[in-house]
Ligand binder design. Structure first.
Ligand SMILES: NC(=O)CC[C@H](N)C(=O)O
Length: 373
């Protein structure tokens, strides 16, 4: 029997629907993602920790859940909003239904609401705190609880998702390089993309010290995606400054782009409703090429697109830009001789899910470590 459920946003807008996944109550920042496929990767991306995710695609769950596509050990979204869930999953890899997976992991969701109206509301008013409940069906009562929740701005969440212990992802084939990857909420596909290129990846917890990083004797440093406000990344930012000072090649993705920006002396700010989906156009300013990218970010680096910033480590510039709204999508650092020293992107070249246009960035990291970039 389906049970009624209620979604309430912090500005008082509410949507009555049907329970989906687990019953109970949950809170988080309401955001939307436009990916028509890849919900399994979305749900298990640690960057979605403490967010209630709405899928703009109306039919979700069609391909069920399989044993291959998880990006981490569990589902991280705090709540899930779907217009019209599949009643029967159908895919040769599916081992269970999305509904069962949400239930077994205690993820509270809601279905049968007008997700177009919700998305338009979030686009106009901005991402905001929200709650879903099957216990409290009175909007005013649930709103009072929503208003007690912490805001995403100022939230330090990487410590809640990072690995407890360091681990190694071995290189596939011949080992060519050793990289330290600081886990701020890393997705499984990221070390895999490096391993495929002969990189042995030492994934270290977000709290790793400079001494612990140097003990690995890495050829390069990587910082991952992750949840929360980049203004709270004091430790990784200081660590990165120390590593750039030592001339270590660096590659960062998403949160790792924001940490890089902060290490270079740039600020970060919260976007109104962020970029989430797998069809986001980005311009590579050096080549004029457009990449269609996977994205999931609510914050961005604050820099004029034509800025050339002299830093203690080299010259920093904006390398990539969003063609939807001109948000900074990548940074690069070059030395006096014009050679690349470090770079990062705000989007997801590991492409899980998403198009593979940006895979060249992992090759660029290899070239950087080879001294050929
Ligand atoms: N996927 C990410 O790394 C997101 C980074 C950061 N938490 C943001 O929302 O912008």
């Amino acid at each position: 029997m389906s049970q009624p459920a209620l979604l309430v946003l912090e500005d008082g807008r509410s949507f009555a629907g049907t329970s989906y996944g687990a019953t109970g109550e949950t809170f988080g920042e309401a955001v939307f993602t436009t990916g028509m496929t890849g919900y399994q990767e979305t749900l298990t991306d640690p960057s979605y920790h403490r967010q209630i995710v709405t899928q703009t695609a109306p039919h979700i769950g069609n391909t069920g859940i399989n044993d291959e596509d998880d990006e981490s050990q569990k589902i991280w979204v705090s709540g899930y909003v779907v217009r019209d869930p599949a009643r029967v999953p159908s895919n040769w890899r599916a081992t269970r239904s999305l509904d069962d997976q949400l239930k077994s992991q205690g993820i509270v969701g809601i279905s049968g609401i007008d997700t177009r109206a919700l998305t338009r509301h979030l686009r106009e008013r901005g991402a905001m705190r929200a709650g879903i409940s099957t216990d409290v069906l009175d909007p005013a009562e649930l709103l009072a609880k929503v208003l007690e929740q912490p805001a995403m701005a100022g939230s330090d969440l990487a410590s809640e998702v990072t690995a407890a212990e360091a681990y190694v992802v071995p290189a596939e084939g011949e080992k060519r390089f050793t990289v330290v990857a600081l886990d701020l909420g890393i997705k499984a596909m990221t070390p895999k993309r490096m391993a495929e290129r002969g990189i042995e990846v030492h994934v270290l917890p977000a709290t790793a010290t400079l001494a612990e990083v140097l003990a690995v004797n890495p050829d390069g440093i990587f910082m991952s995606n992750g949840p929360g406000d980049p203004e709270t990344t004091e430790h990784p930012t200081t660590l990165l400054k120390e590593l750039l000072q030592r001339g270590k090649p660096y590659f960062g993705i998403c949160f790792g782009n924001q940490v890089f920006g902060r290490a270079l002396g740039l600020g970060t700010f919260k976007l109104k409703y962020g970029h989430r989906g797998i069809n986001q156009p980005v311009l590579d300013r050096a080549t004029g090429k457009v990449e269609i990218t996977a994205q999931n970010h609510g914050f961005a680096v604050d820099a004029p697109l034509d800025s050339v910033v002299e830093t203690p480590y080299g010259t920093a510039e904006v390398s990539h830009v969003s063609l939807n709204d001109n948000v900074v999508e990548g940074l690069k650092l070059t030395g006096r001789d014009g050679k690349l020293l470090a770079f990062s992107v705000q989007y997801h070249p590991e492409a899980a899910a998403g198009p593979h246009d940006s895979a060249y960035l992992f090759d660029r990291f290899v070239e950087l470590m080879e001294g050929r970039a």
